[in-house]
Design a protein around this ligand. Structure first.
Ligand code: PGA
Length: 241
């Protein structure tokens, strides 16, 4: 199975920076599946740019979507709208959105169902905060996140990103044995529910720590934030093939 490497541009780009990054997409190898999670407002721009690249392995992703199909939901973006721009992946339950928008696992479960209905590959993000990690209750916390978010989704296919909140944007990458321990659990929970998909890690991934992370045999790829905005992303990809 090819590795899946996602770039999450968050709110860190504009038209100028997107144009400046164009040249480095050409350098992405075909031996990995790549998605770029773009702010909604630039999906059209990136849809056109990615279409012009002769790189079918680079897919367009959204950073979120509405749990509703359509209706009076000011400011929301639906799965149907994302399909208009050939969005193929969507991040669901990213910890920043869980925090800023007080998202519950129930809402995340509804978003997953909508994405699956519209054939957009969800990447469900789960991860514990430092408090849960330090209190040793992190595995139970992650299990609840997983179980509630995947309710009634037995037999479905989607990817899962394990992103410890304390490692996101902090430069503090989790240790290999910490990541392995959680991935083995997640893969076990997926198996019980017959959920198929890849398990990736996110949290301060960079070209400096990628060689060490690549030693984790349970890993199927990465979700990369800050480092996806520069040539570092190309290095991460080429070292992970
Ligand atoms: P980071 O972000 O690589 O900057 O830590 C990862 C993410 O938020 O997905």
């Amino acid at each position: 199975m090819k590795k899946l490497i996602g770039g999450n541009w968050k709110m860190n780009v504009n038209l100028d920076t997107i144009s400046a990054m164009e040249s480095f997409f050409e350098k992405i190898t075909d031996y990995v599946d790549v998605f770029i999670a773009v702010p909604f407002i630039y999906l059209k721009e990136c849809h056109e740019k990615f279409n012009n690249l002769i790189k079918p392995n680079i897919k367009l992703a959204a950073q979120d979507l509405s749990a509703y199909e359509d209706g009076t939901y000011t400011g929301q973006i639906s799965a149907r709208m994302l399909k208009d721009y050939s969005v193929e992946y969507v991040l669901i339950g990213h910890s920043e959105i869980r925090t800023f928008k007080y998202e519950s696992n129930k809402l995340i479960n509804e978003k997953l169902k909508i994405a699956i209905k519209y054939n957009i590959q969800p990447v469900l993000c789960i991860g514990e905060t430092l408090t849960e990690r330090e209190s040793n209750g992190y595995l139970e916390y992650l299990k609840v996140q997983f179980e509630e978010s995947t309710k009634n989704l037995e037999g479905c296919s989607f990817d899962i990103a394990y992103e410890p909140v304390w490692a996101i944007g902090t430069g503090k990458v989790a240790e290999n044995d910490q990541i392995s321990e959680v991935l083995i659990k997640i893969k076990g929970w997926m198996e019980i529910k017959k959920i198929t998909g890849r398990c990736i890690y996110g949290g301060s991934v960079s070209s400096k720590n990628i060689d060490k992370l690549n030693d984790i045999k349970e890993l199927d790829g990465y979700l990369v934030g800050n480092a996806s905005l520069s040539e570092d992303f190309i290095k991460i990809i080429s070292k992970s093939v």
